[in-house]
Design a protein around this ligand. Structure first.
Ligand SMILES: Cc1cc2nc3c(=O)[nH]c(=O)nc-3n(C[C@H](O)[C@H](O)[C@H](O)COP(=O)(O)OP(=O)(O)OC[C@H]3O[C@@H](n4cnc5c(N)ncnc54)[C@H](O)[C@@H]3O)c2cc1C
Length: 377
């Protein structure tokens, strides 16, 4: 499939690119050192990116998955942390958009557009890859639900206004007993842990959550009881497309940093780019970044056309995260000893890209999804 962006999508790409250059890239080092940047979050909201995935009738940009993929890729060229933050927000708000009642959409979608932050909570300390093993439980009461349990590694936790939480409602039914709930940050009984000291994407907030007898109203249930796991898996398709585009963006950033360095650094009386052994790294980097882009946009196009993209989204993320790590290491090698120094941005990118091979399905889990589908066809 050839990827053809519409005129509007090209304009969106240019706008996201300019915003990244002017607002995001200059803040990335600060975020790596200090964590989440509220001022930048405000600017992202004002520029309309928070609601890019939300239909115009709720005040959003009305874009599809291709549009958010474009923004994710462009933002990642300036900051993997911001791309992580946006991915978490879109994924969680999208769950309400696709599964909520009209009343829920009318309440939450305008909030997602206007800067309220959303987060998606599936993983627990004892259940990551094996997400069906979650232990958080929501028991139905006379006037709503009683939520107990915990979550771990939740992107945007500590800064989010709303959490979409997956919990067991009917444990004897396995994955068909998992449901989703909308949990506001000020719910009594919600405890947010300290920010994780991560190796990468340090400007995105990640914490543990604990639920201690949280009383939720009936309307907190998102979608149909028992369909939470299915909803989460479907939304992870979108997350994986975005992840692939983010890795393409980080990789392109790494290649461009290395290119600038290879032009200015000299050895043996020549710029190091003159040595074929080093120049060939750039041929591989370029080809692999193009392949990452194609896989990501093909899956996004399929999804926007209403098709099933689980296989292609998993394959896109698998390829992009694995190649992305190699590209960032190759780019770092161009810097020699300086590549090990925090004074050079390439060091941060090597840490940032590593995290993507764990989030939203580890490499092994993606290999299981892809190989399982390929072999069963
Ligand atoms: C920065 C960051 C942000 C995150 N954000 C979110 C978020 O917003 N929401 C959320 O719900 N979760 C989030 N996560 C959690 C993430 O999805 C999990 O960490 C991931 O699914 C892996 O789970 P785990 O850490 O429990 O590892 P485990 O499941 O314990 O896996 C450990 C290792 O075993 C391997 N493994 C496991 N099972 C198999 C198998 N069957 N075959 C072969 N190998 C296997 C894994 O690939 C991995 O290498 C985030 C994680 C990180 C690091």
């Amino acid at each position: 499939m050839l990827i053809q962006l519409t005129e509007e999508q090209k304009m969106l790409r240019d706008m996201a690119r300019e915003f990244t250059r002017n607002e995001i890239a200059p803040r990335d080092k600060w975020m790596d050192d200090n964590g989440f940047d509220w001022d930048l979050c405000k600017k992202i909201t004002e520029a309309g990116f928070m609601g890019a995935n939300i239909p115009e009738q709720y005040g959003g940009g009305g874009g599809g998955i291709v549009d958010t993929t474009i923004i994710a890729q462009e933002f990642a060229k300036g900051s993997a942390s911001i791309a992580t933050f946006m991915g978490g927000h879109w994924l969680a708000s999208n769950l309400i958009l696709e599964n909520g009642t009209e009343e829920q959409r009318q309440k939450y979608m305008p909030e997602a557009v206007s800067g309220k932050i959303f987060a998606f909570g599936l993983t627990e300390a004892g259940a990551g890859s094996d997400a069906a093993g979650i232990k958080s439980q929501a028991v139905e009461t006379e006037d709503g639900w009683l939520l107990n349990g915990s979550k771990a590694w939740i992107t945007n936790s500590g800064v989010a206004d709303y959490y979409i939480i997956l919990a067991m409602t009917d444990p004897e039914q396995g994955t068909a007993g998992i449901s989703a709930f909308i949990l506001p940050k000020d719910a009594e009984g919600l405890a947010v842990g300290k920010f994780e000291e991560k190796m990468g994407v340090r400007g995105s907030a990640t914490c543990e959550l604990a639920f201690n007898n949280i009383k939720l109203p009936k309307e907190a249930l998102l979608g149909v009881r028992g369909k939470g796991f299915k909803m989460a898996m479907q939304t992870l398709d979108i997350g994986r497309i975005s992840a692939a585009a983010v890795c393409a963006g980080i990789s392109e950033h790494a290649m461009n940093l290395a290119k600038a360095y290879a032009n200015e650094r000299t050895a043996f009386g020549k710029p190091i780019k003159a040595f074929q052994g080093l120049a060939f790294r750039f041929a591989d980097m370029y080809a692999e970044i193009k392949a990452m882009e194609l896989l990501a946009y093909e899956a996004a196009t399929t999804k926007d056309a209403g098709g099933r993209c689980t296989l292609d989204a998993a394959a896109a993320k698998l390829f992009a995260t694995e190649k992305g790590i190699q590209i960032c290491l190759q780019a770092q090698a161009v810097f020699g000893g300086n590549g090990m120094s925090k004074e050079y941005d390439i060091e941060r990118l090597v840490r940032d890209i590593r995290v993507w091979s764990v989030m939203e399905g580890s490499t092994e889990i993606l290999r299981m999804i892809v190989s399982g589908t390929v072999l069963s066809k």
